[in-house]
Ligand binder design. Structure first.
Ligand code: C5P
Length: 205
């Protein structure tokens, strides 16, 4: 069984993907981490993520980078969003994601283009979304807990910039596959969102 999960930043898709993978005993790939590693590696190389060739060179990041906590911060998320615009970067990461999706026994993948590009043949496609306001509040609480000093308005502005870049790019824009089940988590806690996702998976399989 292949479960494809897409959605914008801070929609809850990461948490739901991990919970679904644990529930069904499937391996999980957070594909955003691959783009984050590219964004980070561009900087390590002294390059510019907006430059197509410099971004492409950074696809050769060392695998150990995937475990570096620096990948999780907001600055790396923005670099990832800039580097992921280039079609050659997306193409270079395609096979790795496709092979993960097709491994024996199935897999859960989450990202922006899993149901549309990486695994259009997935058994289940979920599109996890939420209002900018509710995503910003969630992100704000996470940052506060980590002791990061940032305002809610700054977080909202960053989310809107990322959404605009991810949905507006020409190649593999963020969008729901026509056959995806959309779950809006604006008003849902984790357990209710998980129940909705589980019901969608069970209905589709
Ligand atoms: O999901 P996450 O916030 O970690 O992703 C970081 C950035 O990587 C996104 O804003 C998006 O631009 C890019 N990305 C993508 N395609 C994916 C996963 C992430 O373009 N499948």
């Amino acid at each position: 069984m292949i479960i494809a999960i897409d959605g914008p930043t801070a929609s809850g898709k990461g948490t739901l993907s991990k919970k679904l993978a644990a529930h069904f005993g499937l391996p999980h790939l957070d594909t955003g981490l691959l783009y984050r590693a590219v964004g980070r590696q561009v900087i390590v190389n002294g390059g510019d993520p907006d430059h197509p060739e410099q971004a492409l060179e950074a696809v050769a990041f060392p695998d150990a980078l995937l475990d570096d906590p620096v990948l999780r911060n907001e600055a790396t998320g923005s670099l990832a969003s800039r580097a992921s615009v280039h079609p050659a970067v997306r193409q270079a990461l395609f096979e790795r994601q496709r092979a993960f999706a097709l491994q024996d026994g199935g897999a859960v993948l989450d990202g922006r283009d899993i149901g549309t590009v990486i695994a259009p043949d997935a058994d289940v496609k979920l599109f996890i979304t939420a209002s900018v306001a509710s995503r910003a509040v969630r992100r704000f609480k996470e940052m506060e807990a980590k002791g990061v000093s940032i305002t809610l308005a700054e977080i909202e502005a960053d989310l809107e910039r990322r959404d605009a870049r991810d949905t507006g790019r020409k190649d593999a824009p963020l969008m729901a596959a026509p056959d995806a089940v959309t779950i809006d988590t604006s008003e849902l806690g984790i357990e209710d969102a998980f129940a909705a996702a589980l019901a969608a998976v069970e209905a589709a399989t």
